[in-house]
Design a protein around this ligand. Structure first.
Ligand code: PLP
Length: 374
């Protein structure tokens, strides 16, 4: 079955009780025990597990070619469950442009949890190798990265990690399983902010982990952390996320087509110093992205020659691109990343990030050209 077909049919078996084609939304917090105290359906309490979430997990595991998926209340909750499952004293190697929430989590909480970390440019294999320590148990990659769209070599990082007895996690939020399947390239764990493209409509908050072969023990620990720490998501979010999965391949094709048109227009503009989009041949990660991704996605960023002031003014003049954080919805968004990142800002001051939505590409390009014209 091809991906588009799988996305429509995964987790979509008719309800056994009623024949309903849309999945039931189970809001129960508690499930009945048998007289002998056993659990006839394996379910006990919503914080531990629930049937709506199980449907989403089975569908996402299928799309990512994983053995088990876990649903969480947010992408941050998914990452936290995994990090809190690592043995005390573990070292984690993050990318230097990791999603700012994980950077803040590592800097503010790792010492309290007796974990260590470093940040390195993981798009550079020598830098990655040099930053590994004997205590490194996890390499944490994000490709394409946020917000510079840097590309890291998943197969090479997996090899590097495995040679040291470590595991490779890939934050696959930007690419989604439609454009990139890290487990098939050698990664051990995939993380998603389901809030973004999988949800796809800017109206749900959720996260997920997907585990590959040989990861049963860590997956079970992350499952236990979800229950004990309370990192679970709501059944309604799981229901919406499953609905989002069905149209994900179609939406990603449209996002990608629009982003390509926007990247081409921006890279020809005299007020634009640099466009960060892996679909452009001049992008340093283009050849690698062409190898490990199916297409290049709907996210890009660009730097204005006029720096911070010009970037803020341009964002203010855009009419179709809403000035807001997040990504992956139907509507196009623009964001001045340095303002959002706050104290730990790593983005260049003149950089704007675009989440290119599902509007017509001519309208999006027209809006950018008028905003750059003044
Ligand atoms: C948004 C995001 C996260 C965090 O997910 P939440 O659902 O907001 O908690 C993690 N990684 C990436 C790449 C993201 O864009």
């Amino acid at each position: 079955m091809r991906l588009e077909t799988l996305a429509v049919h995964a987790g979509a078996a008719p309800d056994a009780e009623t024949g309903a084609l849309a999945p039931p939304l189970h809001l129960a917090t508690t499930f009945e025990h048998a007289p002998d105290g056993s659990l006839p359906h394996g379910l006990v309490y919503q914080r531990t597990d629930n049937p709506t979430q199980q449907r989403f997990e089975q569908a996402l595991a299928a799309l990512e070619h994983g053995t088990r998926a876990l649903f969480f209340g947010s992408g941050m909750a998914a990452g936290t469950a995994l990090l809190q499952s690592l043995p005390a004293g573990s070292h984690v190697l993050f990318p230097d442009d990791a999603y700012h929430g994980f950077r803040a989590l590592a800097l503010q909480y790792f010492a309290r949890w007796d974990l260590r970390c470093d940040f390195a440019d993981l798009s550079n294999l020598d830098a990655a190798r040099a930053a590994l320590t004997p205590r490194t148990v996890l390499l944490w990659a994000e490709t394409p990265s946020n917000p510079l769209l840097k590309i890291s070599d998943i197969a090479a990082l997996a090899e590097l990690a495995h040679a040291r007895g470590a595991r490779l996690l890939v934050d696959n939020t930007f690419a989604t399983p439609v454009l990139q399947q890290p487990l098939t390239l050698g990664a051990d764990i995939v993380l998603h902010s389901v809030t973004k493209y999988i949800g796809g409509h800017s109206d749900l908050m959720a996260g997920a982990l997907v585990f590959g072969n040989g990861m049963q023990a860590l997956a079970q620990q992350a499952f236990d952390a979800r229950t004990t720490v309370g990192l679970h998501g709501s059944p309604f979010a799981a229901w919406l996320a499953l609905r989002g999965l069905h149209s994900l391949p179609a939406r990603m094709a449209w996002h990608q087509r629009n982003a390509h048109a926007v990247a081409m227009a921006l890279s020809a503009h005299p007020k634009v110093a640099r466009v960060h989009y892996p679909g452009l041949p001049q992008h340093p990660g283009h050849a690698l992205a062409a190898r490990q991704m199916r297409e290049f996605g709907g996210m890009l960023s660009f730097e204005l020659t006029g720096g911070r002031e010009a970037a803020l003014a341009c964002a203010g003049r855009l009419r179709l691109f809403a000035n807001a954080t997040s990504l992956g919805g139907c509507e196009s968004l623009v964001e001045h990343r340095a303002s959002v990142e706050g104290a730990h800002a790593v983005s260049p001051p003149g950089l704007l990030r675009l989440s290119v939505g599902l509007e017509h590409p001519d309208d999006l390009v027209g809006d950018l050209l008028q905003a750059l014209a003044d």
